[in-house]
Design a binder for this molecule. Structure first.
Ligand SMILES: Nc1nc2c(ncn2[C@@H]2O[C@H](COP(=O)(O)OP(=O)(O)O)[C@@H](O)[C@H]2O)c(=O)[nH]1
Ligand SMILES: [Mg+2]
Length: 181
């Protein structure tokens, strides 16, 4: 039996400087840097691999430029997305409060094109290494993800915690749901 090949578009979203690019880089095995280099425009990166269950996955990761309050660009950007990652910074309450706005903006676009059921969303609370500056609790994160019918993981791009879990669980969820359709 030959296993299906999945060609998936993954997009990142969330406020400026929450760690979107750092998480993508870690997932791609490119290390971590504290030097600030804001993403200009949209970066698109390809990664092809075989997952733990043997599925071939061709992932194109679209990494959103952080300065975007410009939710209008997010609209073009989100078109055709199969997998959504929305990141906030556990030390910045505002970035957490904005998650729902990002979610709505993106799903307005995604749902116009196809059924929401097959577009799983992962909410990520990043920078958990900054323990004494933390203001958003894990409980806050879990409650929000339940409200938005999304998956939830806490990560540290700096300490390389939770990142493979975040990406892999999202892809596994996609494959699981798609088998019922
Ligand atoms: N302490 C800590 N800093 C992080 C973490 N993730 C990202 N950063 C830093 O936060 C800043 C913004 O990261 P970046 O990935 O560019 O954010 P983006 O604008 O959302 O893409 C950079 O200085 C990163 O080094 C983390 O998990 N812990
Ligand atoms: Mg970035």
């Amino acid at each position: 039996m030959s296993l299906k090949r999945y060609r998936l578009k993954l997009i990142t979203a969330g406020d400026y400087a929450v760690g979107k690019t750092s998480l993508v880089k870690r997932f791609l095995g490119q290390g971590f840097s504290l030097d600030y280099g804001a993403t200009v425009g949209v970066e698109c990166i390809q990664k092809s691999y075989k997952d733990k269950e043997g599925h071939f996955v061709d992932l194109s990761i679209w990494d959103l430029a952080g300065q975007i309050l410009y939710r209008d660009l997010a609209k073009d950007y989100a078109r055709g997305a199969d997998l959504i990652i929305i990141v906030y910074d556990v030390t910045r309450k505002e970035s957490f409060d904005n998650v729902e706005g990002w979610y709505k903006t993106i799903f307005d676009v995604v749902e116009a094109g196809k059924s929401k059921e097959i577009t799983p969303c992962m909410i990520i609370g990043n920078k958990i290494d900054l323990r004494d500056r933390r203001v958003v609790t894990m409980d806050d994160g879990i409650k929000l993800s339940e409200k938005l019918d999304s998956l939830y993981v806490e990560t540290s791009a700096k300490e390389n915690q939770g990142i493979d879990e975040a990406f892999n669980n999202l892809i596994i969820e996609y494959i699981r749901i798609s088998k019922f359709l």
